[in-house]
Design a protein around this ligand. Sequence first.
Ligand SMILES: *Cc1c(COP(=O)(O)O)cnc(C)c1O
Length: 355
Amino acid sequence: MTNDKHPIVDLRSDTVTKPTPRMRRAMAEAEVGDDVYGEDPTIRRLEETAAEMLKMEAAIYLPSGTMGNQVALHVHCRPGREVVVEARSHIMNYEMAAMAALSGLLPNPVYTEGGIMTAEQVEASCRPDIYYLARTGLVALENTHNMVGGRVMQLDRVREIQDVTRRARIALHLDGARIFNAAASLGVPVHEAAAGFDSVMFCLSKGLGAPVGSMLCASKGFIVEARRVRKMFGGGMRQAGIIAAAGLVALEDHVDRISEDHDTARKLADELSEVPGVEVPFYPESNILMCRITDQWFQKDLPEDGDAASVFVDRLRERGILALAINSRQVRMVTHFDLPENAVGRTINAVTSGR
Ligand SMILES: *Cc1c(COP(=O)(O)O)cnc(C)c1O
């Protein structure tokens, strides 16, 4: 079903993009040095650019978003502290229990309907100062929220939570893996989405399209400490300007176009929800679309209980479309700049003909 004229439509994630020709050129020509000695000029330029864009004092380049979050948690908290997070957050669910394994921290999950915590919920989850309770070391937010379908946290909600953490003198971290999607969806410059946080992690390797890398932004003192922890976690890299060069191109070329991915996701949602048996519970607010596959989709043979999403994904794969089964009923599709032409039309064809 796929060939040069009909390349695979890979909607599994926005991490599947390949480096653009401009990135390849920048990588080939990058000035490099040993970054563990602080001597890689390309990495320095990337770190300065990221800090400027987020209007934070300093930034550090890391090999992954997971390492960025975990370095931040380690710098913020002593062992034995709790970390308040939303129950479906990446930090708690998809980082290999690293906060416990690497930093001796315990997540304190907040259960929400749509993935967006209220200030009241955060306040109620921060422990009062009583001798038999662990101390709350950190609150971490996620914007956009990956597992609830790329939902965007509105900035007035963020400000309300910031009032709570400031009053309680608890540090606040943002898992902003997709902060540029959040900012585009909110219609604000990225520094407004980053304002008021003690630390912000964002990924160059998601919607921005770089092959590798994430940034952690914070105060100068915090980043000095983060450099030590990054080395301890094995993330000290040498002539990594080779990959940082692509990150710089990502920030130059791909920030302004990111809302195109949101338009594509909404178009896909509009057309998918017309197909019998496919429900779109949340209209996409960014580049992630979650859909629910009901029994009605299966015209011929109803699969075993619990297999709807995986059978749906298999039928799509046979037709050259890749998507991700999240659980027995839910399928995730993520839009990005590397989708072939007419990706939406071909996906809808596959969803219709695969029934
Ligand atoms: C992708 C992602 C990360 C980091 O993932 P890595 O694969 O380690 O780069 C962190 N948080 C969220 C919300 C993500 O989607």
